[in-house]
Design a protein around this ligand. Structure first.
Ligand SMILES: CC(=O)SCCNC(=O)CCNC(=O)[C@H](O)C(C)(C)COP(=O)(O)OP(=O)(O)OC[C@H]1O[C@@H](n2cnc3c(N)ncnc32)[C@H](O)[C@@H]1OP(=O)(O)O
Ligand SMILES: O=C([O-])CC(=O)C(=O)O
Length: 375
């Protein structure tokens, strides 16, 4: 087998277009949304403020935020036909497949007829996705048709409320806001680029988002938060974790939740979600999961100079809030749909079909062989 080519592969280091939405790693390990530092946004903003910033180009004032949240609250209901589809999907389906199907079904029921309608469809997806995944989860796993028309004040609260079928505690809502803010946008990552490629053909908004969901599902991208949880939940002490990680590194296994395509020293989202994970760990009286996670972080840095990306401490944080592991990546969708669709709008506003070239590595010419003469 030819040696794996890393430099330049995966379009690394090449600019594939322009964006005014986000900078990743421009100042070493920094991350900004429309110029605002991620630390400040995660600390001070509700997710709806960040979605508004990405989609409408400015932070909303109080009246605008109140109006936006009221609009989103009014868009939560699931169409009956979507509920029927969700009820057909088995409990052992992958929840990201449920998100993909649910988004696509919504596009069948409420098709974008014209780009002038894009904002309404985007707001509808933002409002409906948390209830959609939890309706499926509760029906398929518990036989319960959860009421998604809750009194929740925000998307963060709506996710937890429709998952557990009760009003969540304020600390958990606060963590969910921070988590949704952290996951909302990240320049030309794989799923966003998928969405932009789709948008560049002048396709509809649900197709762009459905494709992006498919790209986010993979363990090298959004699926890493679930994969990290499946790894750390097996270990009961930091010592056991260190031992197992050393073995995995010796076998050249990939450690999910570590490394990044762009950042070289650290992922600025990690310190923020790590702090929340520690707080939650204390709240629930966790005896080993946080300590295990910290030891994995230390060993990975010591052995490989690899750092935690946004996904690693999200695993323990979500676990402490009683969120089933299989729903981790769908939460990422509920957030990143803001970034994806802001990119679709940006692509549409200045579009040329995305169609790069390839370096051909096949045979120069081949001679036709009749079917009966082939090996
Ligand atoms: C929100 C997000 O999507 S963040 C990313 C989530 N994904 C993960 O956590 C999955 C684990 N991490 C990885 O697979 C990678 O680090 C990626 C996909 C994130 C980035 O990939 P690249 O840009 O190719 O990474 P980079 O050039 O730094 O690494 C090259 C080599 O470093 C090593 N390396 C990088 N990350 C890891 C890791 N997590 N564990 C072990 N080795 C690693 C590997 O030897 C890799 O070569 P390989 O592709 O042949 O295995
Ligand atoms: O930027 C990337 O390649 C992956 C990532 O961290 C994200 O999408 O949040």
């Amino acid at each position: 087998m030819a040696e794996k080519k890393l430099s330049g592969a995966g379009l690394r280091g090449q600019s594939a277009g322009e964006t005014a939405l986000c900078t990743v790693g421009q100042t070493g390990s920094g991350l900004t949304y429309r110029g605002y530092d991620i630390k400040e946004l995660a600390d001070k903003a509700q997710f709806e403020e960040v979605a508004y910033l990405l989609l409408y180009g400015k932070l909303p004032n109080q009246t605008e935020l109140d109006g936006y949240k009221a609009k989103l609250k009014g868009l939560r209901s699931l169409p009956a036909a979507l509920k029927t589809v969700l009820e057909q999907i088995p409990a052992d389906a992958h929840p990201m497949d449920v998100m993909r199907t649910g988004c696509s079904m919504l596009g069948n029921l409420e098709t974008e007829q014209d780009f002038s309608e894009q904002n309404d469809h985007i707001d509808r997806m933002l409002a409906v996705f948390p209830g959609m995944i939890n309706y499926w989860y509760n029906f398929s796993h518990n036989g319960v048709r959860v009421d998604v028309d809750t009194d929740a004040d925000s998307i963060a609260e709506q996710f937890l409320w429709t998952l557990h079928n009760k009003k969540p505690e304020p600390l958990h809502v606060q963590v969910m806001h921070a988590s949704l803010v952290l996951y909302a946008e990240h320049e030309f990552n794989a799923s966003t680029f998928t969405g932009r490629v789709c948008a560049s053909t002048l396709s509809d908004i649900h197709s762009c988002v459905t494709g992006a969901i498919g790209s986010l599902r993979g363990p090298l991208h959004g699926g890493a938060n679930e994969a990290a949880m499946e790894m750390i939940e097996n270990w009961r002490s930091p010592e056991e974790a260190e031992d197992k990680i050393m073995g995995m590194l010796a076998r050249k296994d990939k450690i999910m939740g570590f490394g990044h395509a762009i950042y070289r020293e650290s992922d600025p989202r990690n310190a923020i979600i790590k702090e929340w994970s520690q707080k939650l760990s204390e709240q629930v009286g966790d005896e080993y999961l946080y300590a295990v996670s910290e030891r994995v972080e230390a060993v990975m840095w010591r052995e490989k100079k690899l750092f935690c990306n946004a996904d690693f401490f999200h695993a323990s944080a979500y676990n402490f809030m009683g969120i089933p592991t299989k729903l981790f990546t769908p939460i990422f969708v509920c957030s990143r749909v803001a970034g994806w669709t802001a990119h679709v709008m940006e692509q549409r506003a200045n579009n040329r079909i995305i169609r790069p070239s390839a370096d051909y590595t096949g045979p120069e010419s081949a001679e036709w062989v009749a079917i009966e003469d082939r090996d």
